[in-house]
Design a protein. Sequence first.
Length: 160
Amino acid sequence: MKLDLAIETLHASENHLVTVLTSMSDKHKADHDVFYITRDMAAWSREHVAGLARVGRDFGLDLDPEASEDPGLLATMKQRTSDLIGRRPEPGLLLLADLRHLYREAAGVSLDWEVLAQGAQSNKKQELLELSQRYHPEALRQARWANAHLKVASPQVMAS
């Protein structure tokens, strides 16, 4: 069984997604939708990290249930920079780049959940399958949100 490797990989991917979402939130504080929605989605991924750490113990893994976070000073600096540059055209280009990055990361996490679910199902690991079924839809929503927001923001940014 290679489920331990799948759990460990997904734990690292979700952990990284927390960092991506938190960083994006900090950089785009002036855009309230982005700021608050990415914070909410980061909370989902934090919950996923804790769930994976819990179930990972059953597979001999010692995973940290707490997601790693951006250092406080760096987050504060990103928020202040966001306030200073405000609504100039350049932040729009930065937003598009961040949305593209978020989409790729969230899509990768979604694929990792799918691999874990398939492995859990084939190995008859019900608790792991239930965890996947509970958290995978949220991972899909993260990718879909990034894609949808990219479609909304792109015309505005590219026309300005």
